[in-house]
Design a protein around this ligand. Structure first.
Ligand code: GLC
Length: 429
């Protein structure tokens, strides 16, 4: 495994960005001979340090292979990115060659994607089998795993200490009560300060966050074993607890927060707790971007009454557009981007979760990604209902996040859940 460039650096969580360079492309001469001079477009990342990473990797790939890569960041909201790609696919467009694909999309986009099995099947074996299975539709490997994700809790260690707490909260009720006490104290000097931030905007991220609240309260995963289950008392009760906290222990504006707004509040020192994905660790630990370096830690998310902590499965894959004019050059780019060396680079510089188990065990990767510690990484993972919704996933998720958004904006969950339930029922049947 060629991970030397990543493992031999002096990278630490606090200085990673400065010292590590994009890995060289293995077998570059052969690729150049075949495809040098071709030009491809990559619809890449826009959250956290994702675009900077994509630019660095594309530049290295172009330098080594002579294949030009134009990097276009996708819209920050996953569902908006879905709609953008869907428009190109359904018109059989070739305006992009490679795109990042959310973990919940392979079923919906499979007909428009190149089967990567023949060329990348061997490399796929390095990746976690569960994600490869997720990216395999009717025997075709329609995408390669790129990085994983799961929800975690970020908390301010200095403030917990200051307000007399010896450990982070384990229940949502505890989180809100700690958030309230810390917020009240901190707001005296900083009116901007909030107890808790998360992804409360009406978009895909809210489907992810609310799945964690509900599943960790024993309220199911929206659709369980093919049956819509969202309309239940445990779901209603935890959703109403969140509703009661909007503008109380959260900023009022949390109902428009996506990942970026949440991490900005946290790294500028304006929040005690944050729910986010692991990428935010690299930003909070970067002295150039963060005021909380050395003052925060991560752990599993809290749970509801009688429940247990969970983390929603997220993550991104790389796929090749079936209508691409340069599918082979595109596949070589995907081969490079999903290689162990690049995953190690991404895990160290951007604290994204490697999908290659051997990379996740590398000492430099473990050091930069404290959430990979077994106590956090073995948390129960819950999945969005993509397998039941198939090509209707985006429609179904929209029904979920729009309904949850109504609750966060003031409606009683008991009056909203029945309508989410019946709309989902219609989709599933
Ligand atoms: C992260 C996850 C992705 C999810 C999105 C929601 O990017 O990796 O799976 O859909 O957040 O905002």
């Amino acid at each position: 495994m060629s991970v030397a460039s990543a493992s031999t650096t002096k990278a630490t969580a606090h200085s990673a960005k400065a010292v590590i360079a994009a890995p060289k492309v293995p077998n570059a001469a052969a690729i150049k001979k075949e495809y040098g001079g071709q030009s491809i477009t990559f619809i890449g990342d826009s959250v956290g340090g994702g675009h900077t990473r994509d630019m660095a990797l594309a530049k290295q790939f172009s330098k080594d292979t002579g294949i030009t890569v134009k990097v276009v960041p996708h819209p920050t909201a996953s569902d908006a990115s879905y709609s953008q790609l869907a428009r190109v696919f359904t018109s059989h467009g070739s305006s992009f060659d490679v795109a990042m694909i959310d973990v919940v999309w392979p079923g919906a986009f499979a007909p428009y994607l190149v089967d990567l099995g023949p060329k990348l099947g061997k490399q796929a074996k390095l990746h976690a089998a569960g994600i490869v299975a997720n990216d395999t539709v009717e025997g075709r490997l329609v995408a390669m795993p790129w990085f994983g994700d799961f929800g975690i809790l970020y908390y301010r260690t200095d403030l917990l200490k200051k307000y007399g707490y010896s450990k982070p909260p384990t229940s949502w009720a505890q989180l809100f009560s700690m958030a309230k006490k810390i917020q009240t104290g901190e707001q005296a000097a900083n009116p901007q300060f909030s107890g808790f931030v998360f992804q409360g905007n009406s978009y895909e991220g809210l489907t992810c966050d609310s799945l964690e609240w509900i599943a960790s309260s024993g309220g199911g995963q929206f659709i369980d074993k093919g049956k819509v289950t969202i309309n239940n008392a445990k779901a209603a009760s935890i959703l109403n607890l969140f509703r009661a906290n909007i503008g109380v222990t959260t900023p009022r504006g949390v109902t428009s927060y996506q990942e970026g707004e949440a991490h900005t509040a946290f790294v500028t020192g304006n929040a005690a707790f944050m729910r986010n994905w692991p990428y935010a660790y690299s930003i909070a630990a970067d002295p150039k971007q963060s005021k909380v370096v050395g003052k925060f830690n991560v752990t599993t998310l809290p749970h509801g009454p009688g429940g247990a902590p969970v983390g929603t499965v997220g993550g991104w894959q790389l796929a090749v557009n079936k209508y691409s004019k340069h599918p082979d050059a595109a596949i070589e780019f995907v081969r490079y981007m999903t290689s162990p060396a690049v995953e190690a680079f991404d895990a160290i510089t951007n604290t994204n979760v490697p999908t290659i188990p051997a990379v996740a065990k590398m000492p430099a990767v473990v050091k930069a990604n404290p959430y990979l510690k077994p106590q956090i990484a073995t948390v129960a993972r819950v999945t969005r209902p993509a397998r039941y919704l198939g090509t209707h996933y985006n429609e179904g998720s929209k029904i979920i996040y729009q309904g949850i958004s109504q609750i966060l904006n003031g409606q009683d969950a008991n009056s909203v859940l029945p309508s989410i339930q019946s709309k989902l029922d219609r989709l599933v049947k």
